[in-house]
Design a protein around this ligand. Structure first.
Ligand code: NAP
Length: 437
């Protein structure tokens, strides 16, 4: 048999790490990495905050994987729409589902579908230039907006809303978003946590950043505990202690007169969003830290952004756990010849490098499985290429992505890049002959 043929669905960190690990274990494998977008790197391009360029440096490593002769990028191909999952199983010895968690979780409260309510995935996709989100044009007229959730995504959004155009100038945020943010009339942002400051999921570095912004005054309205519960494990206590110290410093800071107040509201559970056609009020049920009493609050806001986590999107034919919003699997194995890795396997938890250990385990399992039984001949990606060509689908290969990349970097003019945000322009840039720069 020639080397094994392997398809990976999803060119985000989980898929890229898995391709890399597979090339180390199975040097004669031929690996095709499919993505629904014409661009690779998934969350690194579309999710990581545009002002956290250091986090995006991981793509240098993924570029080396795609530069290998036996790894192909197959962009602009949606599995389940452009090519059937069953066709991948027939063509490849192994299929890895690494399609991430792209759908916003819902609050399941009345008023969630009013105009002015956005899930963090769509909102972040708007300023990060994901083609199906870049036309969002969110309501930011103010004066107040609420962000629901106490995770790092909530802090990313608060920081991007709070930064001045000058503070965003070294980022790769899309120009359409900077223009709209500059026009925004926000004076108050409420960051809503349904539990207390000890239980907040955000990390200290991200929290501290909010205290260094030019026009943002962090405001803490409740007493902050001195320390987390003593029975918590060391790592959890350490993380919470750092957050508590930063929050106490925010509370103690003098009122600065900065024009945008960022209020931390803890123990506040959203119960309804109200308004005539568009959001006007966010109703909260709050447990007071002083006497533990529960009271109802009506917060006047014209924008609500939920940052409460994500679900994977089911791919037709791929076993799916609807309750948990992940691919159905047992220790990463979905069914014969099929594995899953990354957020669509574990749920939306953990930083980008966490996908590496997951990819390692996935590659080990695939290598062991392929070695255990004699493998039949399989046609590999060629047969899928033909099918996509017959259907008139423009597949973007890695050379095509490099043309898009060069185009965006050249358009950056001082920024790291100016992203192309429409599928048609991305595909056109992928087709153009590379211009000498
Ligand atoms: P997350 O860390 O899981 O935080 C989700 C937040 O939403 C939690 O505070 C959670 O509260 C709250 N929540 C969930 N359901 C809710 C509901 N029905 N009502 C009110 N609040 C609700 O998720 P994330 O912020 O989306 O981040 C995803 C992962 O990416 C995390 O591992 C994160 O650290 C990582 N990330 C890292 C960075 C970075 O390192 N800079 C940046 C972005 C994301 P409970 O705790 O009460 O459930």
């Amino acid at each position: 048999m020639t080397g094994p043929r392997i398809a990976i669905v999803g060119a985000g960190p989980a898929g890229c790490y898995t391709a890399d690990q597979l090339t180390r274990r199975l040097p004669d494998a031929r690996i095709d990495v499919y993505d629904r977008l014409p661009t690779p790197y998934g969350l690194v391009r579309g999710g990581v905050a545009p002002d956290h360029q250091g986090t995006k440096a991981i793509v240098r490593q993924f570029e080396r994987t795609f530069a290998r002769e036996n790894v192909r990028f197959r962009g602009n191909v949606e599995v389940g729409r452009d090519v059937a999952y069953a066709d991948l199983k027939a063509a490849y010895h192994a299929v890895v589902i690494a399609s991430g968690a792209l759908e916003d979780r819902r609050l399941d409260i009345p008023g969630e579908d009013l105009a002015g309510v956005y899930g963090s995935g769509r909102f972040v996709g708007w300023y990060n230039g994901i083609p199906d989100c870049s036309g969002l044009a969110p309501r930011l007229d103010g004066p107040a907006a609420a962000i629901i959730g106490n995770g790092n995504v909530a802090l990313d959004i608060a920081r991007i809303l709070g930064k001045t155009p000058a503070e965003l100038s070294a980022s790769d945020i899309c120009t359409h978003a900077v223009a709209q943010l500059a026009q925004a009339g926000l004076t108050d942002i409420y960051l809503i946590g349904r539990r207390g400051p000890c239980e907040a999921a955000f990390s200290a570095a991200e929290l501290a950043e909010l205290g260094r912004l030019e026009r943002v005054a962090p405001c803490v309205d409740a007493p902050i505990p001195v320390e987390p519960p003593v029975d918590w494990d060391e790592a959890r206590r350490k993380a919470a202690l750092k957050n508590l110290e930063i929050l106490r410093n925010f509370a103690a800071a003098e009122q600065s007169g900065k024009p945008l107040r960022l209020h931390f509201l803890f123990q506040a559970t959203p119960v309804a969003i109200e308004g005539q056609g568009a959001v006007a009020t966010l109703k909260l049920s709050r447990r007071l830290p002083t006497d533990g009493q529960v009271t109802e609050h009506a917060l006047p806001v014209s924008t609500v952004i939920t940052a409460i986590g994500y679900r994977a999107s089911p791919i037709p034919g791929v076993p799916f756990d609807t309750g948990r919003g992940i691919v159905k699997h047992e220790e990463g194995r979905v069914e014969s010849g099929v594995w899953t890795t990354g957020w669509c396997k574990r749920g939306p938890q953990g930083v980008i490098p966490a996908n590496r250990s997951d990819a390692l385990a996935t590659a080990d399992a695939i290598a062991a499985s392929l070695a255990a039984t004699a493998q039949p001949d399989k046609p590999g990606g060629g047969v899928i290429d033909t099918r996509l060509r017959d259907r008139g689908i423009q597949v973007v290969d890695f050379a095509g992505w490099r043309r898009i990349d060069a185009h965006e970097v050249a358009a950056g003019q001082g920024k790291p890049r100016e992203k192309l945000v429409a599928t048609a322009t991305l595909l056109a840039a992928a087709r153009q002959p590379e211009t000498a720069r």
